[in-house]
Design a protein. Sequence first.
Length: 111
Amino acid sequence: MLRSAVVEDEVAIGERCILMEGAIVESGAILADGTVVPPGRRIPGKQLWAGSPARYVRDCTYDELHDIAALARSVGGVADVHAEQLLPHQDFNALKDAEAIRKVMREAGAA
């Protein structure tokens, strides 16, 4: 699941991973199955991360980086299938506005 996150090219994301708002996954990174990347966390490229919350495990090997590139080429067509699930770029401003309104309402309720 992605929530306003940035995923660069040639990244391997395992099954059931969750990337929260503002998370950035740099090129060449690997997220193990079930990894939860907290809001605003940056996952550096060429590193393996795992866990909830995501934690650094180790640097990726040459073979793993090579496998990411091959995997990216083989699943490229899947992006077209899921493209309709993404918000159009102009709707991101509407999403930001809705989040700002929710924040103000939460703060008002806490006061």
